[in-house]
Ligand binder design. Structure first.
Ligand SMILES: Nc1ncnc2c1ncn2[C@@H]1O[C@H](COP(=O)(O)OP(=O)(O)OP(=O)(O)O)[C@@H](O)[C@H]1O
Length: 223
């Protein structure tokens, strides 16, 4: 589904990520860990074609990203939902409209029933008409997750989705990610939170990737 073959990335200085070769299989659940500044966000950006590898190959859904046209990249991105750490919303639009925005932008209809089901699933049914500035941190993250999945993506990438949440809210978000994985979605979560990873491991089969010295390795079972 997403494959790296000897891929590397450099922002212009030395290589930040080197010799990355891995496969994210359909339906897999991966965590990505590593020190601050080691390249976790950069790796996720390579996973959705926001960045192109500066060496080697990244293949998304059997198409090498470097060979994709601009439209090809846009179409590919529709199959990938991204939850950013610092999720941004259009503050003058209610939560429901913000969540539905990706469908609007891609010219697809938003069945009202689907939208209300999705908001209920993330626990925001009562806040559909609220404006984003009134949401708590946990509510914002769940709205961001709803927005990332409304297009029915095959892959969900989440960058420190629980970074600003307390443990209880982190668990709630994790439960939603686990449910998505059980529906067959491929999940990649960048996180510093080893407790979150341990908790996930008790619920679902996950693999942990760790960035160390510019390489990405499968972490041991010692988490
Ligand atoms: N657009 C950019 N131009 C130049 N350098 C960048 C750019 N984006 C990130 N970097 C640098 O690349 C390195 C890795 O950044 P990245 O955000 O991928 O790390 P991270 O592991 O996600 O960090 P954190 O855990 O702190 O979020 C950092 O040193 C960062 O300053």
């Amino acid at each position: 589904m997403i494959a790296f073959d000897n891929a590397a990335y450099s922002y212009g200085g030395g290589e930040l990520l080197s010799e990355i070769s891995l496969r994210l299989a359909p339906g897999s659940f991966h965590f990505l860990t590593g020190p601050s500044g080691s390249g976790k966000s950069t790796f996720l950006k390579l996973c959705y074609g926001e960045l192109l590898p500066t060496a080697g190959r990244v293949t998304l859904f059997d198409r090498e990203v470097r060979g994709l046209s601009r439209d090809g990249v846009a179409l590919t991105r529709r199959r990938i939902g991204v939850v950013h750490q610092d999720c941004q919303f259009l503050d003058h639009l209610p939560v429901a409209s913000n969540v539905a925005l990706p469908l609007l932008v891609s010219g697809r209809p938003t069945p009202a029933r689907d939208l209300s089901d999705l908001l209920a699933w993330v626990g925001l049914g009562q806040l559909a008409t609220a404006l984003p500035p009134s949401l708590s941190g946990g509510e914002r993250q769940r709205a961001a997750l709803a927005r990332a999945v409304i297009t029915g993506p095959d892959v969900i990438l989440a960058d420190e989705p629980t970074g600003n949440l307390d443990w209880e809210l982190s668990l709630r978000l994790l439960t939603l990610l686990v449910e998505l994985n059980r529906m067959g979605k491929t999940i990649v979560v960048a996180t510093h939170d080893l407790n979150l990873i341990r908790q996930a491991k008790s619920q679902v089969s996950t693999r942990v990737l760790r960035i160390s010295k510019r390489r990405i390795q499968l972490a041991g079972a010692d988490l």
